[in-house]
Every structure is written in structure tokens, then in C-alpha cells.
Design a binder for this molecule. Structure first.
Ligand code: F6P
Length: 484
């Protein structure tokens, strides 16, 4: 279950409305699991008031949940993307706290939970995805204590000093604790969550195991599952730990090896005037991505004369996102002003300093861009994982290309031979860009090989199978509290 369904609405050449599998990594990861287990995917189509009956798509049962215009405004744009998103990304933008948004978040989470409770088979496993649905695990457990429930948070979980701003912090933590396994991107995120549990609820949380006392109704319904009732009140054990998400690395490499895509990469470089160095940024247009910091550093390198526009080009793909949220509208204005200024100051008739593209592209085109880029810039100020970094690495079967990677992206825990940067340190970022541009082939190759090993071994199939194995493990069962 996820906020979005794994299908996109399309119109067929005959003008009929239809659906197409979404290109996202989550879909690729879960598709085989869902088919094997005869699973169903509960989610929103992305359109307002889409009241659809469940249907079958490519062997997956699709269970649509309808959202009204108000739901989209209050639950999705409001609480999910203007409260939780900035709060969980270390308040890079100020989160807004509105009781009306919260009430709708509760109501929509209840709708998702009710739908799952209706359709899940006896003793089934339900896997809830991401911050839009944090209340679902508890709601679902109350309705269906027979279910095994997993939750995966795709974005960071903030330190308690930040999380504690949230007026509904206790409800969120209690909502998540309805799950048997709660997955996070980084070990630090899991630690932040466990600390929030200890501070807010006083439950014992040791290592990755949290003891959640059973309430009276759970106790009554669970008695038959507890062998010895000792003086201690029994608890449910919940596992909270890191399961870093990945990509389907093989499918990216397969695309990168295709001659037509390699030809396209060459064409892209020619179109840019065959500069010595192509640098690339690929992001949703989001304030967490540090696009402005990257542009500032590049603009200063041009201003200092450290790089020449004839030799170096920056391609920045900024795909449109959450365009009705004011913070995103303001960000777009700021970035486009910055791009315009730098291009106005430094471009020539034959060379553009920054090729700025406010579009989303099909995966084939993205792979061609990755192949065309000598330097990939991932300068997020905070990011759960950042799959773009892993996609770039997966595509570089030639063991070439340099990844400049922010230490604030989850991917930095794994891609240790990337050129690591603190994007707030503009001087450091400029130096890293220069180092990347000038790096000898042997060093590029050594660093890329190590990163490729990691990305190909820890692919998304491994992520989903490890999560589901943890969910199936007996450690997530009823137990007596661990001794102090
Ligand atoms: O990873 C965070 C996330 O919000 C996902 O849940 C989502 O698929 C993606 O970013 C894009 O966001 P949105 O669904 O708001 O367009």
C-alpha cells in the first residue's frame, strides 16, 4: 500500500482512458513479489475524485482509493508535503502546522486502512509505504489483529529536537508502532525513531527492538498466543532498523549497453557543443536537493575564471513536482532566476553555461544523459536515499564518470568512494567540482568500480526480500519485556 498506485493514467491512441505501469523503482521491486503472493496494491491514482472499482493490471490487483480536491489539498499538499516533508528534512523550509490538515491526514489514513482491512486475506502481510500513511499501521492492527504489518519510510526520520515540534508527534509514533517491522533508509533514522519512542512513550527500545505494551483489547485477543502469563505485562516486539533502498541495477546497465542509447549520449554531447566536461544534476525540483547551492558553486567557478564556459557545461534536469505548494513555486522562481543570471553573464552564442530542463524524461533518455555526463552532482541538503546517485553508478559499466555526493544523502552511507561534499560549504563544493573535472582516469575507475560493486550487489530485489524476511521472522512476535 502506498499513497500512489503503481500505474499512471494514459489515453490510448483510440482516445480511450487506460493505465500504464509507472516507471518507479518501488514498482519494479514489488511487482514480482506481488505476483508471486497474489497481492493487491492499495493507492491513489493521482487524479481528483477518481472513483474506480478495483481492476487488474499486468497481473497485479489494483485497489484505488479516491481522493477529493479537498483531500489532495489538505492531506497530500498540506500535511504530507508542507508539514511532514519539510519537518522530516530538517526544516530546510519551515513546516506549517494546521489542525485542519492534520484532521484530513487522519481521515485519509483511515480510508486507506479501511480499504486494506476489507481486502486483506486472513493472516496476510500488508506492507505500508512512506510518510503519507504513518497512521495506517495502528489503524490496521486495530481492525485486523491477524495481519502482519510492515512499514517503510522512504524519507529521513528527523532527530527528536526537530520531530518534537510536531503537535501530533505522539499520534504519529503510535501510528507507526502498529507495524511489526518499521524500515528506515539509514541507521541514524532508525535511531532517531527509537529515541522518539523512548522520549514520548517511555517504551523500552534496545538496539533495533522496541517493546510495545499490549493494550487491554490486544491482551484479550492475544492471550491464546502467549504461553506463560507472568507478572510482567506482555509486549509486542517491534523491529525498527535500516533497510537502505536501491534500484534495479541490472535493468539500468542493460539500457546503458544499448547501442541506440549510447548513440543518443554522443548526440547529447554534440548538441552541447562537445565541451571537455559535462556536469549533470538530476532532481525533482525540490528545496531538499540543494540545486541552488550547486548553481552558486558553478557560477562562482565561472566568475573566478577557474572554468571556462567553452570547456565546461552543466546540464540541470529539474522535473516538475508538487507545483501547487507555495514553497515549490517560490523555489522554481529562485532557481530560474539564478540560471538566467548565470547564463546571461557567462554563456556565449556557441556555449550555454547551464542547460536547464524543467521536464521529466523517460528512463532511456535519463540513461543517455548519465552516459554523457563526466561528473554527476548530487548535492542534497537532506535526502532519504537519493536513487539518482545509484542510477548513475549502475549505468557506468565503462567504470568512468565521477560522482560528487552530499554527505546528507542516505546513499553516502553506501557509496563511500564518491567525492563526498557538504553542500553548505560552497568553497568545498567548488573544490570538489574541480577535483572531479581533473580526476585521472585510473582514480575515476577505482572509485567507480567500488561503487558499482555495492549497487549491483545490493539491488532493490535484495531490499524487498530482506524487508519481507524480517517481517516473516519470529522475532516480531509477542514476548515478555526484555530484562533490563
Ligand atoms: O520518496 C518520497 C516521495 O514522496 C515518494 O513517496 C514519492 O513517490 C516521490 O517522493 C514523489 O513525490 P510525489 O508522490 O509527491 O509526487
Amino acid at each position: 500500500m502506498a499513497n500512489r498506485l503503481p500505474v499512471d493514467r494514459i489515453t490510448t491512441p483510440e482516445g480511450e482512458p487506460s493505465f500504464r505501469t509507472s516507471p518507479g523503482g518501488l514498482v519494479t521491486a514489488l511487482e514480482p513479489v506481488m505476483r508471486a503472493a497474489d497481492g493487491a496494491w492499495v493507492g491513489w491514482t493521482g487524479s481528483v475524485d477518481d472513483h474506480l472499482e478495483p481492476f487488474e493490471h499486468d497481473g497485479i490487483h489494483i485497489i484505488p482509493v479516491a481522493l477529493s480536491a479537498d483531500d489532495v489539498e489538505l492531506y497530500y499538499e498540506g500535511f504530507s508535503n508542507d508539514t511532514l516533508w519539510p519537518l522530516y528534512h530538517d526544516v530546510i523550509a519551515p513546516p506549517a502546522y494546521h489542525r485542519e490538515w492534520w484532521e484530513r491526514y487522519v481521515a485519509v489514513n483511515r480510508r486507506f486502512a479501511e480499504r486494506a482491512a476489507e481486502i486483506a486475506a486472513e493472516d496476510a502481510t500488508v506492507w505500508v509505504q512512506d510518510y503519507q500513511l504513518q497512521l495506517v499501521p495502528r489503524m490496521l492492527r486495530q481492525a485486523r489483529p491477524d495481519l502482519t504489518i510492515g512499514f517503510f519510510n522512504h524519507i529521513p526520520f528527523p532527530a527528536y529536537g526537530i520531530f518534537s515540534q510536531l503537535p501530533w508527534r505522539t499520534q504519529i509514533v503510535e501510528g507507526l508502532l502498529g507495524a511489526d517491522v518499521i524500515g528506515f533508509q539509514r541507521t541514524a533514522d532508525a535511531g532517531n525513531f527509537s529515541r522518539a519512542v523512548r522520549r514520548l512513550l517511555g517504551y523500552q527500545a534496545k538496539g533495533s527492538v522496541i517493546d510495545v505494551p499490549l493494550d487491554d483489547s490486544e491482551l484479550a485477543s492475544a492471550k491464546h498466543r502467549i504461553s506463560a502469563v507472568r507478572p510482567n505485562k506482555p509486549v509486542r516486539t517491534v523491529v525498527a532498523r535500516a533497510f537502505p533502498i536501491s534500484i534495479d541495477a541490472e535493468s539500468y546497465e542493460d539500457l546503458a549497453r544499448r547501442p541506440d542509447i549510447q548513440a543518443r549520449a554522443k548526440e547529447i554531447r554534440e548538441g552541447l557543443g562537445n565541451p571537455d566536461v559535462v556536469m549533470l544534476g538530476v532532481d525533482r525540483l525540490d528545496y531538499t536537493k540543494g540545486i541552488g547551492h550547486r548553481l552558486k558553486a558553478f557560477g562562482e567557478l565561472l566568475a573566478d575564471g577557474a572554468v571556462d564556459v567553452e570547456d565546461v557545461t552543466l546540464v540541470q534536469v529539474a522535473s516538475p513536482s508538487r507545483e501547487r505548494v507555495r514553497t515549490y513555486q517560490r523555489l522554481r522562481d529562485e532557481i530560474e532566476l539564478q540560471v538566467g543570471r548565470i547564463n546571461g553573464d557567462y554563456s556565449t552564442l556557441s556555449h550555454t553555461a547551464i542547460s536547464y530542463l524543467h521536464h521529466g524524461y523517460p528512463r532511456e533518455e535519463m540513461v543517455a544523459l548519465y552516459l554523457a555526463a563526466d561528473v554527476m552532482l548530487v548535492t542534497a541538503l537532506r535526502d532519504g536515499m537519493n536513487l539518482v546517485a545509484k542510477e548513475y553508478v549502475a549505468c557506468r559499466f565503462d567504470n568512468d564518470g565521477v560522482l560528487v555526493l552530499s554527505e546528507f544523502a542516505g546513499a553516502a552511507d553506501e557509496l563511500k568512494t564518491a567525492l563526498r561534499v557538504n553542500p553548505h560549504d560552497i568553497e568545498g563544493l567548488k573544490e570538489a567540482m574541480l577535483t572531479a573535472m581533473r580526476m585521472p582516469r585510473a582514480e575515476r575507475s577505482r572509485r567507480m568500480r567500488a561503487m558499482r560493486k555495492r549497487v549491483t550487489e545490493n539491488d532493490v530485489e535484495r531490499w524487498s526480500s530482506e524487508f519481507l524476511a524480517a517481517l516473516a521472522a519470529p522475532s516480531t512476535s509477542l514476548a515478555l519485556p526484555a530484562a533490563n
